[in-house]
Ligand binder design. Structure first.
Ligand code: FPP
Length: 239
């Protein structure tokens, strides 16, 4: 079976999972963190080398203040409590998203997670935090424009590689597979540039119900797809 090297996940449906049980939304997010923990443990066993998860989007700030604060609290707790285990298991943590304007303690934790795990190789866990694909592209365009204005780069020499290298995901391979849970079928500003040729798999289950079974199911669907990257099918090309 062809295993995707890089799987990216939109962990959607925590709120609906909680509502269906008559629980507060925070309970759904807590259960979501547990599903994430399990996925991080299972992914390398299934041959996945890169796992990117959408933890907090640049648009999530518009949620009620209390929910934003709950999500920040969960992220802090996740890094504080799980960092040692992640490190022990050889997980390298990287964070993508805008770093400016974050609370100093969160910014420090993100830096700590990246620095501590920089040498690990068992799994690359990329956490998209304060992330939005359009925002990432705007920041990249600014960077390239500044380089052009300062004479560090000639405009005709700008290629798609120049753009890739100016994104937060510099040195991270594009995702082969993007999974979204909860039945919604859209990208919601996630990895807009990077997912150009990704296979998309939409699962009906809410994120807290995502287990190894759903991951294996998504990998099976990926394996059955034929990736052409804009070219022709492998069969019949010769004639
Ligand atoms: C979508 O559910 C999920 C999120 C907005 C955040 C995902 C966060 C976690 C799984 C936990 C925190 C992450 C880390 C890394 C500690 P939703 O609230 O949009 O659900 P709904 O669409 O059913 O309301």
């Amino acid at each position: 079976m062809t295993t995707p090297a890089h799987v990216a996940i939109i962990m959607d449906g925590n709120g609906r999972w909680a509502k269906a049980r008559g629980l507060p939304r925070l309970a759904g997010h807590r259960a979501g963190v547990e599903a994430l923990r399990q996925t991080v443990r299972t992914a390398p066993e299934l041959g996945i080398r890169w796992l990117t998860v959408y933890a907090f989007s640049s648009e999530n700030w518009s949620r009620p203040k209390s929910e934003v604060s709950d999500l920040m609290g969960l992220l802090k707790l996740f890094i504080r409590r799980d960092l040692a285990e992640l490190h022990q298991n050889g997980v390298r943590v990287r964070i993508i998203g805008a770093r400016t304007g974050l609370e100093p303690d969160i910014a420090a934790l993100l830096d700590e997670a990246e620095t501590l795990t920089a040498g690990n190789q068992a799994l690359n866990l990329v956490i998209a935090f304060n992330y939005g694909g359009r925002d990432e592209m705007v920041r990249a365009v600014r960077k390239i424009a500044e380089d052009a204005a300062a004479g560090r780069i000639d405009v005709p020499e700008i290629t798609s590689e120049t753009v890739s290298n100016a994104l937060d995901t510099k040195d991270i391979p594009d995702p082969d597979l993007v999974i979204r849970t909860s039945g919604e079928m859209r990208l919601s500003n996630f990895l807009l540039w990077q997912a150009a040729y990704s296979e998309l798999v939409f699962l009906p289950c809410y994120w807290p119900d995502f287990t190894t079974r759903q991951l294996v199911e998504a990998l099976g669907e990926f394996a059955a797809r034929e990736r052409r990257f804009g070219g022709l099918a492998a069969r019949g090309v010769a004639s």
